[in-house]
Design a protein around this ligand. Structure first.
Ligand code: ZN
Length: 243
């Protein structure tokens, strides 16, 4: 079975479409697993929700999804993110609001746990340090956990009860078999690791191979739509630097 793991689309339709095209070019997948934050920051929340429904994704909820539907206090967001959340709320139909508001916080798929933030705090915690990974290995039972939220492609394996960072790059696959692993596929719609290309991963159960992929997309098209929508300038500028 082949699965595409996508996270933090953030209403960036151009990036989302580029990722789906790339999946098709790579031979397609049997399932899509989405790790939340479908909306927020970006200019096309409704179209991204529709596309997500069209490809029949297993999707969990992210903090921006909850913020946009009034289920997470905007005090949890920085000012630009809160402004984008409020703008997003105004774009959503009642059906979109229901869809986002009803997404689960965690999903188990066989040997994989899917969460947005962390197993310990599924919506809000960032797993971006060895100590956070170490703690979180105690909070799930399955072998592997896919997380989003930080927009950083990162992986930690559990070795002798300790978390150890694992280098992730598009050229090197990660075999998910011998150790428990927490892994983040990076962000489709707002990468923050200095590479502005959309980030996602494909897991192939033949060979237990997890592989990261980076996909160029029309950043300017998304930025133009954000300008037209009047979204905060720092959110527009950061897309081209991937920070
Ligand atoms: Zn996010």
């Amino acid at each position: 079975m082949r699965v595409a793991i996508i996270a933090d689309i953030h209403a960036n339709l151009a990036a989302f479409r580029a990722v789906l095209d790339d999946v098709r070019e790579k031979g397609g997948v049997d399932e899509y697993w989405c790790l939340g934050d479908v909306v927020g920051y970006g200019p096309e929340p409704q179209a991204c929700i529709q596309l997500l429904k069209d490809i029949k994704t297993t999707c969990i909820v992210g903090n921006h999804d909850l913020g946009a539907v009034g289920k997470l206090d905007l005090a949890y967001f920085n000012p630009a993110a809160a402004t984008a959340c409020e703008w997003t709320s105004r774009q959503l139909t009642a059906a979109d609001t229901l869809f986002l508001g009803n997404l689960p916080r965690t999903v188990e798929k066989g040997d994989f746990l899917l969460v947005h933030g962390s197993p310990a705090a599924p919506v809000l915690e960032y797993v971006i340090s060895t100590s956070a990974a170490q703690k979180n290995f105690e909070f799930f039972k399955s072998s592997f956990c896919f997380v989003g939220h930080s927009h950083l492609p990162l992986a930690y394996k559990e070795e002798n009860s300790r978390a150890v960072p694992v280098h992730l790059s598009p050229d090197i696959g990660l075999v998910l078999q011998h150790h428990r692993v927490i892994v983040n596929p990076g962000s489709v719609g707002q990468p923050r690791d200095g590479d502005p290309r959309a980030s996602y991963a494909i897991y192939d159960s033949d060979g237990h191979m997890f592989r990261l992929h980076r996909v160029p997309y029309d950043i300017r098209a998304t930025q133009d739509k954000m300008m037209q929508a009047g979204l905060p300038l720092p959110l527009i500028a950061r897309l081209e630097v991937g920070k």
